[in-house]
Design a protein around this ligand. Structure first.
Ligand code: ASP
Ligand code: SER
Ligand code: ZN
Length: 602
C-alpha cells in the first residue's frame, strides 16, 4: 500500500514542469518536520488536558447548569484543538517518519471519541450535547409508588425484588428517563459523523473500530469470530436460567421456551445475572456463603471496601494510593447535590492525581467494581512516565481488563479466606455453585458487551435512523441475548439511552474484549504463580513476581500495538476465548447435562 502511494506520487512529479516539481518537493514535509509537529501537538494537548479533566470532574461530582457550561467550554476547546491537529496530521501521510512519530500521528487522528466538524461553533455545540446527555441520564428520576426514585434505588429493587409486577414497573419506570434524550442524541450522531468524515473516516463507528491496530473491518470480523467461540456456552447458560425462571415464576411470567423477560434477571440491563443466583442455584449443592452477607457481617463500609481493593494491588507490589486519592475521590453518593453515580476512575494530571468516583454500596457487586475501578487507576499511574500520546491502554479493552483480572482473584473463596471474610474455604463440592455465579456475571455479559456497539455502529453508519433506534436495539437484544422487554414498548421509547454508556458516549466493545482478555491474563498469571489447581480457584494475591511482570505490561501504555502488550505478559498475540473455556469447562459440561430434555435457543 505504502509503496503504491510513493510510486503514484513519483509519477505525478515526473509529469510536472521542473519548477513545479521543485516546489512540490519542497512542500512535502520532511521526517524532521513531522516529528516537530507531533512534539508540538502533543505538548499543546497535554497542556489543555488538566483543565478539561478538572472541569469534567467538577461537573460529574456537582451537576448544575453552571458546571455543565464550564465543562462544555473546556471540552469544546479541547475538541477544536484536537480536531485541528488531527487534520494537520494528515499532511504527513506517507512521510518516512520513525516508528514512534508514526504511531503518535496515528493516535492523534484517533484521539477523540467524538470528533467535531472543523466549522466555527461545531465543537462547542457537540461538547454541550455531550455534557447535557450525560447530565440528563445521571440526574434521571421517576415516580414509583408516589416517590421520586433514582437509578440507584431502581437497581436495588431489580436486584432484590422477586415480584414480577414490581420488577416490570421499575424496569419500565427507568426507561421513562431516556425518550427526551433521543433528539439530542441524533444531533450528536450527525455532528460526530461530520467530524469523523473530516478526518477521513466513513463515519464515527469506523473511527471507533480503527483503534485496534488493524483495519476497521478486520476488527469487526474479529469480534464476530470471538463471539462465535463463546456463543454455544452462552446458549447453554441461557437455557438453564430460563428453565429455573420458569420453575419459579410459571408459564404466565416466563415461558419455558423463547426469549427471557429482561426484567427478571436481577440487573437493569440484563447484562449480568449474578443477583439472581438464589433463583438458579443448583437443587442439590448449596453454596455455603454469600459475599453480600459476608461484607455486612464483617462491618465493611465503602471506604473499607476501597482499602481492601488497594491492599490487593499492594500485595502484587504496586505502591499505595497517594494521600490525594483519599482526599479527592468520591466514594459514596453525596446527599446535597446531583452527581454522576456511574462508577469511573480518573487521572487528572497524567501522573499521581488518581481518583475514583463511585456511589459505593456495601455488596458483592460493588466490592467487585472497586477492584475494577482501581485497576484503571493503577494502569494510569503505571504508564504515567510515557509521553502524553502513549498514555492509554494498549487498547481500551486492556484498560477495562486490568481491574477485572484483579477481581477474578478477589472473588475466589481462596482469597476471601485469606483476608478473613470467610472462615473456611469450601471444598470442591462448591465448584459448580461458584462457577455458576461467575458465569451469571461473566458469560451472561458477553452478548450485551457485543451488541451495544453493534447498535451504535449501525446508528453511526446511517443504517439505522432515529425513527428506528428502539426497534433496532431490541432486534439486537433479542438476537444476541435472547431477551425481550416485559411488555410492549411505547412509541417514543429510547431504550438504548437508558444505558449509561450511550448518553455517556463511552465506547462499549472494550467490555466485550475485557471479558475475554481478563481470562487470558488470569490463566497466564496463575501459570506464572505456579498454580496447578483449577483456574477458578486460583488467586494471585501476594504474587509479587507475577505482579512485577504484569506491571511491565502496564507500563507500556499504548506505546506499542496491543498484541505486543498481550504477548509481553501472556506470550499470546490473539484475542482468544480458550482461556474462558478452560476456566468454565466443568460448568459447561454440567449445564449440558442439566439442559437435557429442554428446547434450548429462542
Ligand atoms: N465503569 C464501570 C463500567 O462501566 C463501572 C461498572 O462496573 O458499572 O465499566
Ligand atoms: N461497567 C460496565 C457497565 O456498567 C461494564 O460492566 O456496563
Ligand atoms: Zn471500567
Amino acid at each position: 500500500m505504502k509503496s503504491y502511494l510513493m510510486a503514484a506520487s513519483a509519477a505525478a512529479l515526473m509529469a510536472m514542469t521542473p519548477l513545479a516539481a521543485a516546489q512540490a518537493q519542497a512542500a512535502r514535509p520532511t521526517p524532521a518536520e513531522a516529528k516537530a509537529f507531533v512534539d508540538k501537538a502533543e505538548a499543546e494537548l497535554e497542556a489543555l488536558s488538566v483543565y478539561t479533566a478538572k472541569a469534567a470532574w467538577v461537573r460529574a461530582t456537582y451537576i448544575t447548569e453552571d458546571t455543565q457550561w464550564l465543562e462544555a467550554k473546556a471540552v469544546g476547546e479541547e475538541k477544536a484543538l484536537a480536531t485541528k491537529l488531527a487534520m494537520e496530521a494528515a499532511r504527513y501521510d506517507g512521510v518516512a517518519v520513525d516508528p514512534v512519530t508514526a504511531r503518535k500521528l496515528m493516535l492523534l487522528k484517533l484521539y477523540l471519541v467524538l470528533p467535531a466538524p472543523a466549522r466555527e461553533g461545531a465543537a462547542a455545540e457537540l461538547a454541550a450535547l455531550e455534557s447535557g446527555l450525560d447530565s440528563t441520564y445521571s440526574t434521571g428520576k421517576f415516580d414509583y409508588k408516589g416517590r421520586q426514585i433514582t437509578l440507584n434505588d431502581a437497581e436495588d429493587i431489580l436486584r432484590e425484588s422477586r415480584d414480577p409486577a414490581e420488577l416490570k414497573a421499575v424496569w419500565e419506570g427507568w426507561r421513562t428517563v431516556s425518550p427526551p434524550m433521543r433528539a439530542d442524541y441524533a444531533q450528536l450522531v450527525a455532528l460526530a459523523n461530520e467530524g469523523s468524515k473530516g478526518l477521513g473516516y466513513s463515519d464515527t463507528g469506523a473511527l471507533w473500530r480503527a483503534k485496534y491496530d488493524m483495519a476497521p473491518d478486520a476488527f469487526a470480523a474479529e469480534t464476530d469470530r470471538v463471539w462465535a467461540q463463546v456463543e454455544p456456552f452462552y446458549k447453554n447458560l441461557h437455557c438453564y436460567v430460563r428453565a429455573k425462571l420458569n420453575d419459579k415464576y410459571g408459564d404466565g411470567v416466563q415461558p419455558r421456551t423463547g426469549p427471557i423477560r429482561a426484567d427478571l434477571l436481577g440487573n437493569m440491563w440484563a447484562q449480568s445475572w449474578g443477583n439472581i443466583y438464589d433463583i438458579v442455584a443448583p437443587a442439590r449443592v448449596r453454596s455455603s456463603y454469600d459475599l453480600d452477607q459476608l461484607l455486612v457481617k464483617a462491618n465493611y463500609d465503602p471506604t473499607k471496601m476501597v482499602k481492601t481493593g488497594e491492599a490487593f494491588y499492594s500485595s502484587l507490589g504496586f505502591a499505595p494510593l497517594p494521600q490525594t486519592f483519599w482526599e479527592r475521590s468520591q466514594i459514596t453518593r453525596p446527599q446535597d447535590r446531583e452527581v454522576v453515580c456511574h462508577a469511573s476512575a480518573w487521572n487528572l494530571d497524567g501522573k499521581d492525581d488518581i481518583r475514583i468516583k463511585m456511589c459505593t454500596k456495601v455488596n458483592g457487586e460493588d466490592f467487585y467494581t472497586v477492584h475494577h475501578e482501581l485497576g484503571h487507576n493503577y494502569y494510569q499511574r503505571a504508564y504515567g512516565d510515557q509521553p502524553y500520546l502513549f498514555k492509554g491502554g494498549a487498547n481500551d479493552g486492556f484498560h477495562e481488563a486490568i481491574g477485572d483480572f484483579a477481581g477474578l482473584s478477589a472473588l475466589t473463596p481462596t482469597y476471601l479466606q485469606q483476608i478473613g471474610l470467610l472462615d473456611q474455604a469450601p471444598g470442591a463440592e462448591e465448584d459448580i455453585p461458584f462457577l455458576l455465579k461467575m458465569a451469571l456475571d461473566k458469560i451472561a455479559f458477553l452478548p450485551f458487551g457485543l451488541l451495544v456497539d453493534k447498535w451504535r455502529w449501525e446508528v453511526f453508519s446511517g443504517e439505522v435512523t432515529p425513527a428506528e433506534y428502539n426497534d433496532a436495539w431490541w432486534t439486537l437484544r433479542t438476537r444476541y441475548q435472547g431477551i425481550v422487554p416485559p411488555g410492549p414498548r411505547p412509541a417514543d421509547a429510547f431504550d438504548p439511552g437508558a444505558k449509561y454508556h450511550v448518553p455517556g458516549n463511552t465506547p462499549y466493545m472494550r467490555y466485550f474484549l475485557a471479558h475475554i482478555y481478563q481470562f487470558q491474563f488470569h490463566r497466564a498469571a496463575c501459570a506464572q504463580a505456579g498454580w496447578d489447581g483449577p483456574l477458578h480457584r486460583c488467586s494471585v494475591y501476594d504474587e509479587a513476581e507475577m505482579g512485577r511482570r504484569f506491571n511491565a505490561m502496564m507500563e507500556m501504555g499504548q506505546s506499542k500495538p496491543w498484541p505486543d502488550a498481550l504477548e509481553a505478559f501472556t506470550g499470546e498475540r490473539q484475542t482468544d476465548a480458550s482461556a474462558i473455556a478452560d476456566y468454565f469447562a466443568p460448568l459447561n459440561t454440567w449445564l449440558t447435562a442439566q439442559n437435557k430434555g429442554e428446547q434450548c435457543g429462542w
